[in-house]
Design a protein around this ligand. Sequence first.
Ligand code: M6R
Length: 618
Amino acid sequence: MCGIISYIGNSDALQVLLKGLKCLEYRGYDSAGIAIGDKTHPFQVIKAVGRVENLSQKVAQIKPAGNLGLGHTRWATHGGVTEVNAHPQVSYNGKIILVHNGVIENSATLKSLLEGKGITSKSDTDTEVLANLIAFHYESLSALPQEQRFSESVRVSLLEIQGTYGLAIICTDCPEELIGARKSSPLILGVQKDGFFLASDVSAFAGHTKEVVFLSDNEMVHIHGNHYQVQDLNNGVLTPVVQTIDWDVNFADLGSYKHYMQKEIFEQDIALKNTLLGRFSKDGSSAHLGGLQMSPHELRQVDRILLLGCGTASYACRVGEYLIERYARIPVEVECASEFRYRNAPLDKNTLVFVVSQSGETLDTLGALHEARRKGFRSLAITNVVGSTVARESDGGVYQRSGPEIGVASTKAFTGQICTLAMLALYLGRMRDMSFSEGCDFVQALQALPELVHEVLEKCDEPMRQIAHKYANYQHCFFLGRQILYPIAQEGALKLKEISYVHAEAYPTGELKHGPIALIDETMPTVILASDPSMLQKNISSMMEVKARKGKVIAIGVEGAEIPKKAYDDAIFLPKVHDAILPIITALPLQLFAYYVALERKCDVDKPRNLAKSVTVE
Ligand code: M6R
């Protein structure tokens, strides 16, 4: 949730930190701060409430200098949004300065232990308690040689804490040293000829180096001058694996778009093209998903599939359930990863588990992955971020290749997840009852998808803007969908809630009359997903029921399947498409609706209140 960037090297740290923080702002944006200094410049800590821009303005006045620095952008967990609670946090004696992503669960106990020794905190944060604990150990370890003292004080402190952390730590006595550590919160070391970076996400040092080391849980990295050493918390020295990552340094460029969400909606055609690239069998009747690391024989043994994810990813899983059950005839269960991890559900022995996560860092999804693996189930991942924790800790999987998603509200990652699950349904289906010609039709539909997405977005953009203008001031909204379009209705409602703060709820259309219809009156617009021609008459009846109670109907229909004008107030008609891609096509106008409603309501589209892009706390 919070973003960390830190630097040690021959360059001036300030520009690295500010640029890195800008890239990390999607991870949390209620306050930000930096610490900077070196052998010749005393360390300065500068913090500001609000966006990184506020910090930059403050920094421009103070002009701090140094080759060693920490930066942090916060999503508050412990303590309100104030400058005192913002990071970096500084220890009681001013020696230890650190930035933290995660939660120190036993901070209350540690705090009272420290208070018993006369050490008090100024902030409400769990992070300051850790800074104080390290500083306390640093003082007690004064007999150690100086080159070991700082790292040893960090190591013994980490052994005492419970919870999660991604940390970057400096000691003002050791201006040539930087320490990082991680447990269940990402931390990546960037290695340059004359410098090192520690960050929560590689994007924070994009353009500086492509050489990275992904730290694993319970690992520490100690950088001292031109050298670094990775070790575990038992002092075991580890051999780091340096990987070269591939990225497009222009991904953060908005181009002609106003917001990342808008850009990401409109680049879905390219994102989907990448998801599909090279993933079809030579005979054009199936998919080819080598990353699953399972032979066709092993896949034939699978009796049940369990799909796990959170938020938008959980809705993609629900779409996946319909696709896999329909096309591969394998029973599928879907559960929110945040529930599964604590539920201890009985699972059939031949169950194959998939976790779905854009970021690959969602703590609840990781918890579910660990739980499934602990029980001995083969657990695969669908994720967007190469080298993410989910990718590294699963038994295999598929990268969705949607490209970096910066807008907090997921759009292209959602359709990328569905597209990946559709390929999985096709692949598994062709191993079972799906015929060659059905497979070819499916492949052709997927191949046509990027172009179709482009056309639908072009066609719907202006009409959805107008519809959004009309409904932007309503305080509530219903989204109704049947079967595979029910999770699309859920995602439509989530998008609207997240970025425009309009109360939105989704129901299976047939459930309307079982209770929620009581809420329908002239103040309640209802978006009815009627793009599945096989359900047309049922959907028209539901529209009429809403209209009969003075409710407003926004219909998402399909060309060629006529809906009487009296059944809706506003409508968009989508092209008739293959069933496998219907959910993706239907999601598009709902993304636009949420985007334009949020604009009309003057909401911060890319950084909605209370949210962060990657949820790395519980
Ligand atoms: O990175 P993940 O896919 O694991 O994230 C899961 C959810 O936190 C995420 O989809 C969230 O619901 C988004 N804000 C949706 O727009």
